[in-house]
Design a protein around this ligand. Structure first.
Ligand code: AMP
Length: 406
């Protein structure tokens, strides 16, 4: 069974996914959707880009689309908790899209924007609430939401919650939910804390695992360019001369660095915008929307902002700086080659980066080919052989003559 039609989903949902151009179920959808429809708890080890948003949201839409109750005031029938505002608004966009015409009451809440609109929407009672932890806790504390009507809880990107320091908030929120509910937990990796949490909150879950490495190795053409630091900007211009690179994301280390790269690109009439935590939510959303609509060719992002970028048809990822956390390499390059498409990822490496590059290669289990046919290629000196220091004998380390026993 690999077609949406074969699933017990409402006609209108099947129409919507086919209008979006989805032809076949992705592996994560194939395994998750039937289990969720059956009411099972679920542990999904899968990252973004695998189609997991539809995997958990279609069965939820289906459940409430079949059974539209008058919502309980100040409560919601399902809660999807996700770490960043970008992810939250993207999940909400997808859900609103898939559920068009079903009359579901949905709302997304996150910080950094006014709360009154959020309070008013929840007051009427919701079918689906998508939230980030901080704002949700705030709404719980002020008594603007409770969970007496909750039936389904989704914890999305649990490991990112941990990395971003939201774990206590998440535990606090879970403690407020009714015990009797369906719980779906998604995480790209399974650190011990998440394993423990899964044991505590899931009831005989169906487990599915979609390995991110497979995605990386099969569909992304990866390469590394060795160069001097001062040649990074000229190399970038050289690469962007290729008109096939229509949608490009450049990852760099700092917010300041991202803004400088944008200025450099603009000086060459390349449309670009930066995406990082130093920008307001409204500015970030506008940049992302312009990028999606192809009004911007390049997005320059830091790792923090990278979490929520779900844009189709990204042709190239450039690692202007290598990620400090080697796990972020897969995360970054996974922005391209989404949902079965192919993509390209180029990493810049200066001589000092070689150690970090080896760590990344170890992490993904393969060597990344070096492109030498490029105008700024730099041969790095081979690593010096480690000379063994031979200590001259001194009084203290001179081997003592063993005394002969008589
Ligand atoms: P996600 O893993 O939820 O971030 O989804 C990644 C991307 O895949 C999104 O842009 C979805 O619109 C797209 N997508 C989800 N399911 C399918 C499918 N069955 N076929 C094609 N694209 C899909």
């Amino acid at each position: 069974m690999s077609e949406f039609k074969a699933l017990p989903l409402l006609e209108s949902i099947i129409d919507r996914v086919s209008q979006k151009g989805y032809k076949k179920l992705t592996p994560v959808q194939k395994e998750c959707i039937p289990a969720i429809i059956d009411g099972k708890d679920l542990l999904g080890i899968a990252q973004t880009g695998t189609g997991k948003t539809a995997a958990f949201s279609l069965p939820i839409i289906n459940k409430f689309g079949r059974n539209t109750l008058e919502g309980k005031a100040k409560s919601t029938r399902s809660l999807i908790l996700t770490p960043t505002r970008e992810l939250a608004s993207q999940i909400m966009q997808n859900i609103d899209d898939y559920s068009t015409g079903l009359g579901l009451k949905t709302k997304v809440v996150y910080g950094g924007v006014g709360r009154q609109g959020q309070v008013d929407a929840i007051a009427l009672g919701l079918d689906i609430l998508v939230a980030t932890p901080g704002r949700l806790l705030d709404l719980i504390e002020t008594g603007d939401i409770d969970f007496k009507a909750l039936e389904v809880f989704v914890l999305d990107e649990a490991d990112t919650m941990l990395d971003m320091g939201f774990f206590k908030d998440v535990q606090n929120i879970i403690s407020k939910l009714p015990k009797s509910r369906q719980t779906l937990l998604f995480s790209a990796t399974m650190p011990t804390e998440i394993e423990r949490l899964a044991d505590a909150i899931l009831n005989e879950p169906t487990k599915i695992q979609i390995s991110p490495e497979t995605v990386t190795i099969d569909l992304i053409n990866q390469s590394v360019y060795h160069l001097e630091k001062s040649n990074k900007v000229p190399l970038l211009f050289h690469i962007l001369e290729n008109p096939d690179f229509k949608k490009v994301i450049i990852f760099c280390k700092t917010k300041f660095g991202a803004d400088i790269i944008v200025k450099e690109l603009e000086s060459q009439s390349i449309t670009a915008s930066s995406l990082h935590s130093g920008k307001t939510q409204a500015v970030r959303e506008e940049a992302l929307q312009n990028f999606k609509d192809s009004n911007l060719r390049v997005l320059v992002a830091t790792d923090v902002a990278a979490r929520g970028i779900d844009v189709d048809n990204i042709s190239l990822i450039v690692n202007y700086n290598l990620p400090e956390d080697p796990r972020n390499y897969i995360h970054r390059i996974g922005r391209t080659a989404r949902a079965g498409k192919t993509g390209m990822a180029i990493s810049f490496a200066v001589e000092n980066d070689i150690r970090q590059l080896r760590i990344i290669e170890n992490n993904i289990g393969q060597a990344i080919p070096v492109v030498t046919e490029q105008p700024f290629h730099k041969e790095f000196s081979p690593p010096k052989p480690v000379k063994k220091k031979v200590k001259k004998p001194t009084k203290s380390n001179k081997p003592k003559k063993s005394k002969k026993r008589r």
